[in-house]
Design a protein around this ligand. Structure first.
Ligand code: GLC
Length: 751
């Protein structure tokens, strides 16, 4: 059959396939039937995932021989169909392949990095972005993405914080669920969906010292209260797959951790999806010192419950011998294969294995670009504003656009954008020229890139500043300075950017610093120099139009910090839901205020840094707007409840400014006294609301035992009697608490 005719045939197949959710019982029956006809080698082949390298003879041979279950990194729909035809029509059992890719924050239309999406505090924006990513990626045959990443990240030194939703488990859970819903839709068998992948299971964000792949030491109560919480919600949301993480938790690498992958994930939580290893993570148990060789690693991974081996070649190399020697039962292998085949049925691949080439490459729809722009508008954070913003068109005629991130089409997209077409990125420079006219925008980068130490461009930049009414300084990090294996010990602006800002200030004009980065940076010195500060975690394709709209006032800021910003790098790890300690910081004396020969106890013996003080420079949940909001006192439906009781918290929020704006009202609790000391605050819910000038809205939240409980022993949780505080606040550093009591069980005092 020639290629043109084949494509027409495929299109007919795809259009004819009206997806219908196949009942689980039907899937189970078909899987059992297929398993009964598979040889051991064919079973092992289904557990093998390889990175594709085109329609190559040796790959074709492997597929025809049933030695491959999934390919990642094939993105040409014609090649996908050619390889799929080898599996479906030229292998003994015709089991289709799953094609996968890291579609982390967009396929072609690039959305903000997940940390940026987290700054939107808007599940709808996240869901919409994932839906668009699934539509674009599935149009070339990708039906499985390795996303969402819901690792809790408390350390900005860790490059992969960029891929996370930040430091809080409730925010991460809500946004991770939204991403799963966007990718998978309400019928995973539809050809424009992708299987989601909850990763990296688990505890990867706790990598010691923020160094990637490093060891983690996480007490089980902390693991369950914080790091596992989002993953448990993704099981409930129906994430079709999970990925185990590279790191060890307390000495056991996740790829061999049966307690984690079987007892907790499947035993306690009832997860029935498929578990894939991370790239080479099974083999990496050898350098971990957990496996003597690949054979032992294969045995440990199979018994731990890693269904599919990504690029360790452990299963294809040793699983047959392990079964023949009796070290691994074929029944165990069957249970793993069942998870893989079930996923393929759930994706509808047996009925609809091919991509519709005629309708492939559905990229950059105007509605997608509009959504990408809105995502940046909702996630950029106004951190400081002394009145310079919004740009006043009556006063601002000439704008100096300075800095290495003003026109960075590649770097504004951020990390994990394998399929980026950078020429589609609209930069702030381009958008501002379109908005104000090229003749009114004076551009002088000042530095070639963010790591540039050469100051030869400074003079031109200062000259541009002198000619302008306002300076927009676009600073930040190149994309490569965050992401996997890209950790930084020094969180200050790289290169000579800080010196450039100081030079720009000498021009005597208002300076707005706009930072684009993959993490929260230590920008206290620069924030003090600038008249206004905007933070935009790498925003993707439409960063420029979004920032132009925000800076000009066409749009209003509503982004809020999904992480705590440090004053200095040395404060990391830094997070809002910390313990109070026995000597909490108060009345801080800083290093420059200490008298010479000061006595040992003169600075106060409390928990803080002499140079950095205590707490965040910009706190979790913080962000400004072009309007202002006021919070009323929280009103409780009860002042005391039983341990299994709930109570309602209402609070009236008012827009006290003179323009419409969106506010993120955040619900926090604190358990003041417990058998294990509890954090000073814990986010339990939030609501993003839009209010017109003068408008008030009374929000109502419900606090349930699930909000008050904590783990004490394994899966066991308790809600302990005692005093609690509750806030409805604009961020983790503000708000007036209300008090309530959890009474002892059977105490009639509950009211
Ligand atoms: C990488 C990452 C993982 C990614 C996988 C496939 O090493 O750890 O997040 O999905 O390999 O690219």
């Amino acid at each position: 059959m020639n290629k043109r005719l084949f494509s027409a045939f495929l299109s007919a197949c795809c259009l004819a396939s009206v997806s219908a959710v196949m009942p689980d019982a039907e899937i189970d029956s078909r899987v059992s039937d297929l398993l009964g006809r598979m040889t051991l080698d064919e079973k092992i082949g289904q557990l093998n995932q390889l990175s594709g390298y085109g329609y190559a003879p040796d790959m074709v041979g492997r597929i025809r021989g049933g030695a491959v279950g999934s390919l990642l990194n094939e993105t040409d729909p014609e090649v996908v169909n050619q390889l799929q035809r080898e599996a479906v029509e030229n292998s003994r059992l015709g089991i289709p392949l799953i094609f996968a890719r890291d579609v982390i924050h967009g396929f072609k239309t690039i959305f903000p990095i997940p940390l940026g999406q987290a700054a939107s505090w808007n599940p709808d924006i996240v869901r919409e972005g994932a839906r668009i990513a699934a539509d674009e990626a599935s149009s070339v045959g990708i039906r499985w993405t390795f996303s969402p990443m819901v690792d809790i990240s408390r350390d900005a030194r860790w490059g992969r914080i960029a891929e996370s939703f930040g430091e809080d488990p409730v925010l991460s859970a809500k946004l991770g669920v939204a991403m799963v819903e966007g990718y998978q839709g309400d019928d995973l068998a539809r050809p424009n969906t992708m299987a989601a992948c909850a990763k990296h299971f688990a505890g990867y964000g706790a990598s010691e010292s923020g160094k990637d792949y490093n060891t983690t030491w996480i007490p089980e109560t902390l693991l369950r209260d914080v790091y596992l919480r989002p993953f448990k919600e993704l099981v409930k949301a129906g994430s079709a797959t999970f990925m185990c993480s590279f790191n060890d938790i307390n000495g056991v690498p996740s790829s061999g951790n049966r307690v984690l992958l079987e007892d907790i994930l499947r035993g306690e939580w009832g997860y029935d999806g498929m578990m894939v290893s991370d790239w080479g993570s099974i083999e990496q148990m050898i350098p971990h010192g957990y496996s003597a060789d690949l054979r032992q690693a294969a045995s440990q991974a199979v018994n731990a419950g890693v269904d599919m081996d990504m690029e360790s070649h452990a299963y294809t190399s040793h699983l047959r011998q392990l079964v023949e020697s009796g070290e691994v039962s074929e029944a165990r292998v069957d249970s793993l294969v069942r998870n893989v085949l079930t996923l393929k049925y759930r994706l509808g691949l047996f009925e609809n294995p091919y991509v519709d080439v005629a309708s492939s490459r559905r990229f950059y729809a105007p509605s997608s670009l509009d959504a990408a722009r809105r995502a940046v508008e909702e996630s950029a954070i106004l951190l400081k504003n002394t009145g310079t913003l919004p740009l006043n068109n009556s006063k601002v005629k000439k704008i100096a656009v300075i800095g290495p991130m003003a026109d960075a089409q590649h770097d504004q997209a951020g990390t994990w954008v394998f399929d980026l077409e950078k020429e589609r990125s609209v930069t702030p420079l381009t958008a501002l020229q379109q908005m104000y006219g090229k003749e009114n925008v004076i551009y002088a980068p000042g530095l070639e890139h963010t790591r540039d130490l050469d100051t030869k461009g400074f003079a031109n930049a200062v000259k541009a500043a002198r000619k302008a009414d306002v300076v927009l300084f676009f600073a930040g990090e190149e994309a490569v300075l965050s992401g996997e294996a890209h950790c930084r010990a020094d969180l200050s602006l790289p290169g000579a950017q800080s010196r450039l800002l100081a030079e720009l200030k000498s021009a005597g004009k208002p300076v707005v610093m706009i930072v684009q980065a993959g993490r929260q940076l230590a920008i206290m010195p620069e924030s003090e120099m600038a008249d206004a500060v905007v933070y935009c975690f790498h925003g993707g394709t439409m960063t420029g139009p979004a920032l132009a709209n925000l800076l000009s006032g066409k749009a209003n800021f509503s982004g809020r910090c999904p992480v705590s910003f440090p004053r200095m790098s040395g404060q990391e790890p830094l997070y809002y839901n910390h313990k109070n300690t026995g000597r909490p910081a108060s009345g801080i004396t800083l290093i420059n205020d200490i008298e010479l020969e000061a006595g040992q106890t003169s600075t106060g013996c409390t928990s803080y840094f002499l140079d950095a003080g205590d707490g965040a420079f910009y706190p979790f949940g913080y962000g400004l707007s072009y309007t202002t909001f006021e919070y009323g006192e929280p009103v409780l439906s009860a002042t005391s409840i039983a341990p299994d009781g709930s109570l309602k918290v209402s609070c009236t929020v008012t827009n006290t400014g003179n323009r419409e704006g969106a506010e993120v009202a955040q619900l926090y609790i604190r358990d003041h006294v417990a058998s294990l000391v509890r954090p000073v605050r814990e986010l339990r819910d939030f609501a993003k609301i839009t209010l017109k000038p003068g408008e008030s809205r009374t929000l109502e939240f419900t606090i349930t035992p699930a909000d008050l409980e904590f783990h004490v022993n394994g899966a066991q949780t308790v809600v302990e009697p005692g005093e609690f505080s509750v806030w409805v606040a604009p961020n983790a550093g503000e708000g007036t608490p209300a008090k309530f009591t959890v009474v002892k069980p059977n105490d009639s005092a509950a009211k």
